[in-house]
Ligand binder design. Structure first.
Ligand code: TEU
Ligand code: CA
Length: 558
């Protein structure tokens, strides 16, 4: 097999604002990350994807960048960022930068210039259109509520923003925009970053006719057919690859909301010369309803199994997968896909780890997932900090599309803030995250769920993650092996083989709180070695009755 480092790596996502505060201002920072590098090295992860730390007014917690060449003061200095690179590299770890170039902040100098006049040299860095009949140019809605167009008095025109009104979309049709972005990317590669996670990169090419979208369920037209996987997106990414990516030994992952299998084959195809891999979002959308993610629906296991299996088999041999349960935009994985009750939280978190780290594709662990951290279930809107949660709450309840009580229940299950509460380091005040007042409340369960209390406990979620990471690293067949689904109809168990040459593995995960009967396939029935099990059952032979959330990896003896 041709071995590739970004295929064998395990990525750990850090949301710096909530990871570790080193100076007591209640906000996580770069020096805080440096303080915790040994913890991450000990966990066994190889690459750190760090959410944005660049200059930003913080309208969307840093995904609204106003200077691509400056570190935001509350996160630290450029010297500290360079120290982080040095310290991570000294430990054999790599740093993935979060590249946000579908849009900038409205406080970026490019936009400040662009809005000044219709003939300003930077005018066409953004997407300006005249209104229609005194209204927005079309009926598109923004992801964070409201229309996707903002009227600007200065030149009596509207500008497009698919996210907040302080996040104007860049006009990638303009070769000067592409050149400015590629120059900036080169600058960071020369500084030593080891790759990019590319924010909503599937949205950089828009249908230039900007037609109305279909209104279904919400207040605005759906823009996704016209902004996702757009007409020139692959052309732009091939240009980016030619002018920047191909010049460095770096890793790239596209955040491609709305990506299909077919499109993923283009973005991440073995010979596409675009990106190494993409994030798909089908499994995170299970249960979505007429108001999108704002639902109290739990996930349907058979739908989850079908989606994950599809991505495993359809990309096999064509493109490389990424595999994840959560990130800074998603609820906590043990609350979303496991069971965060006191009885089942730990065992189901270990089950999810077994699945995440035995599928084909680069695995991504989100900060705190290795501890079994849970949703915070805020009782009041005033506890929320996320612009998406707050604006969507207001818009949907004021429009009478959902009651305040029901929307609060939806936020408890799906708000992005569930993943943004401070990392729970120990049982001291504020879970050891800050000596000051945290920017967002710490989860009340931190005395029971924290890294310090798990470090020396061999049966903790943290210890299980360390062991499962070592299993994956020692068994390359779990990286490069083919995925073969077993028992597709089983209503409780996600079971699959991984086959790589003479190495054959069987993984089975019970996703339910009920016992589940499972018959070992014949080639494993008698002679196999158990590599890991979250119930420490020594061996798996013949017909077994899996306990709630039981998971294991066995390797067929040769
Ligand atoms: O998220 C893009 C995106 O699709 C989000 O709308 C996300 O899927 C949604 O919030 C889930 O409910 C990226 C970043 O990850 C996110 O943090 C930013 O807010 C967004 O882009 C704009 O930069
Ligand atoms: Ca700080």
């Amino acid at each position: 097999m041709d071995r590739v480092w970004w295929k064998e790596s395990i990525v750990y996502q850090i949301y710096p604002r909530s990871f570790m505060d080193s100076n007591g201002d209640g906000i996580g920072d770069i020096c805080g990350i440096i303080e915790r590098l040994d913890y991450l090295k000990d966990l066994g992860v190889d690459v750190l994807w760090i959410s944005p730390v660049l200059e930003s007014p913080g309208d969307d917690n840093g995904y609204d960048i106003s200077d691509y060449y400056k570190i935001l003061e509350e996160f630290g200095t450029m010297a500290e960022y360079e120290l982080l690179l040095k310290e991570a590299h000294a430990r054999g770890m790599k740093i993935l930068m979060d590249l946000v170039v579908n849009h900038t902040s409205d406080e970026h100098p490019w936009f400040m210039e662009s809005r000044k006049s219709k003939d300003n040299p930077y005018r066409d860095f953004y997407i300006w259109r005249s209104g229609k009949n005194g209204r927005e140019p079309n009926n598109w809605g923004a992801c964070f509520g409201g229309p996707a167009w903002e009227y600007d008095e200065e030149t009596s025109m509207y500008y497009l923003h698919n996210f907040s009104r302080k996040q104007p979309d860049l006009n990638w049709e303009n070769p000067k925009v592409r050149e400015a972005v590629f120059d900036m990317m080169t600058w960071w590669c020369e500084k030593g970053v080891d790759g990019f996670r590319m924010d909503v990169i599937s949205m950089i090419s828009k249908d230039q006719s900007f037609p109305d979208g279909i209104v279904s369920g919400g207040l605005y037209g759906d823009s996704s057919p016209y902004v996702v996987n757009g007409p020139r997106v692959h052309e732009f990414l091939q240009e980016m690859n030619r002018k920047v990516l191909s010049k460095y030994d770096i890793m790239t992952v596209g955040e491609t909301a709305g990506v299909t299998i077919e499109e993923a084959g283009k973005y991440a195809g073995n010979d596409s010369h675009e990106l190494n891999m993409v994030f798909q979002f089908e499994h995170t959308g299970i249960g979505d309803g007429k108001l999108g993610k704002w639902t109290t629906e739990r996930f349907d296991f058979m739908e989850l199994k079908e989606i994950l299996s599809k991505w495993q088999t359809k990309l096999q041999g064509k493109a490389w997968n990424s595999v994840y349960w959560g990130n800074h935009d998603q609820p906590r994985s043990v609350s979303r896909f496991g069971n965060d009750s006191p009885k089942y939280r730990e065992i189901s978190a270990k089950m999810l780890a077994t699945c995440l780290l035995s599928l084909q594709g680069t695995p991504y662990i989100y900060q705190g997932e290795e501890l079994g951290m849970t949703n915070i279930y805020f009782d009041s809107l005033s506890s929320y900090r996320d612009i998406e949660s707050i604006q969507c709450y207001r818009e949907l309840t004021e429009a009478g599309l959902i009651s305040e009580e029901e929307m609060l229940e939806c936020l408890k299950l799906r708000s992005r803030d569930n993943a943004r509460t401070p990392m729970q380091w120990d049982g001291s005040a504020n879970a050891g995250f800050t000596s000051g007042t945290p920017w967002i409340e710490v989860n009340r369960n931190y005395p029971e769920i924290n890294a310090a209390s798990q470090a020396d406990n061999s049966r903790s979620v943290l210890s299980y993650y360390k062991k499962m990471i070592q299993v994956r690293k020692s068994e390359l067949g779990l990286v490069y092996g083919d995925f073969i689904l077993q028992e597709p109809e089983h209503a409780q168990i996600f079971a699959y083989k991984r086959v790589c040459g003479a190495d054959c593995y069987l993984i089975a995960c019970n996703f339910t709180d009920q016992e589940a009967v499972f018959v070992m396939p014949k080639e494993f029935s008698e002679n196999n070695t158990c590599l890991i099990s979250n119930y420490d059952r020594g061996n798996y032979n013949g017909e077994i009755c899996l306990s709630p959330y039981e998971a294991f990896v066995v390797k067929a003896d040769k």
